[in-house]
Design a binder for this molecule. Structure first.
Ligand code: SF4
Length: 321
């Protein structure tokens, strides 16, 4: 369907705005209209993406893409017609993920242990695996360049690939996004921008102990850009900022830029790290060794400290000498 026809259709525009609103709020969609009129459904989904991109707010766009990819994962796991592994591998191919049933590259214990595993080409694996120690390739069976993963991890990789595909579609259709921006009344998305657009970080104006170390600065920069950070990075920055004197609410506000932000869960997790709930144990800032093993040390242990909390003082002392 031509873009102008979609923009000028009140029905499709309403559908697109509803989809955008529900995705940003992480609410379920009514699948009825997909079954009744799949063409309209697809056109409205594309228009919703263009509207998200037209806001020029990268955080809002990322949140939309994140939510849509989670919905995609749910469908992958639930829709009866695509539960055959071959079908999922076809979908993977459309998303640029090279994969095949694991028994085609390996037999025996690995296949038996994982039940219904999939072999993913290492290049695809590295591209889409979350930045998390659990996903480190060193912790996975690798056979002749194929990484063997259980089905649910394979589906998770496809979720990442799907999210990237959404963002790529927005990037590659700048003209269409521009047309949407010029045609649609900005007030229609004003409330969404107010609610979901990136909020500036609240940070203490005067750091208590000198500058942040490169590892923590990198995490803070990633948060400012609305990146979806691995759990290890979230844990590290929370422990570090608590050590610097931030309170729980300031840290919760910091995480508002995460595409999968959930206020209740985040507050509980930060309180847990601060030792205010759960086992009442306050967690220490991970050592540089640990940060490095998590892939979070950009200097490869080059700061001359054993723990990131020592960095600020070290730089301050050096300057005053
Ligand atoms: S050496 Fe330590 S303080 Fe420096 S970047 Fe690495 S983890 Fe951070």
């Amino acid at each position: 369907m031509a873009l102008d026809a979609v923009i000028n259709s009140k029905n499709l525009l309403d559908m697109a705005l509803e989809r955008l609103r529900k995705s940003l709020a992480r609410e379920p969609l009514n699948p009825r209209s997909c079954i009744d009129s799949p063409e309209d459904w697809a056109a409205a989904a594309r228009l919703a993406l263009y509207i998200a991109a037209a806001t020029k707010n990268p955080y809002l766009l990322k949140r939309f893409a994140d939510s849509e990819s989670k919905r995609f994962l749910e469908l992958m796991r639930k829709v009866p017609g695509i539960q055959d592994l071959r079908c999922k591998i076809e979908i993977a191919r459309d998303l640029g993920v090279v994969a095949k049933p694991a028994h085609e590259v390996v037999t025996g214990i690995v296949v038996a242990t994982f039940g219904n595993p999939v072999a993913v080409r290492w290049t695809s694996y590295l591209r889409y695996a979350p930045q998390d120690p659990f996903w480190a390739m060193i912790n996975r069976p690798v056979v002749k360049g194929w990484v063997v993963v259980p089905l649910e991890d394979f589906e998770r990789l496809l979720e990442e690939a799907y999210e990237e595909q959404i963002l790529k579609t927005a990037r590659e259709n700048e003209l269409a996004v521009g047309r949407v921006a010029a045609s649609i009344d900005a007030s229609l998305v004003e409330d969404l921008l107010k609610k979901y657009a990136h909020k500036p970080l609240k940070a203490p104006s005067q750091p208590a102990e000198g500058p942040h170390p490169p590892c923590m600065k990198a995490i803070l920069d990633a948060l400012k850009s609305g990146d979806n950070l691995p759990h290890t990075a979230r844990f590290a920055i929370a422990t570090y900022l608590l050590h610097r004197g931030w309170d729980v609410e300031q840290i919760v506000d910091l995480f508002r830029t995460s595409p999968d932000f959930n206020e209740k869960i985040t507050r509980y997790q930060v309180q847990h790290i601060a030792g205010q709930v759960g086992g009442r144990k306050e967690y220490a800032v991970p050592s540089c060794e640990t940060m490095n093993s998590w892939g979070l040390c950009p200097t490869n242990l080059g700061c001359g400290v054993k723990n990131p909390v020592q960095y600020g003082r070290k730089v301050t002392v050096k300057k005053s000498n």
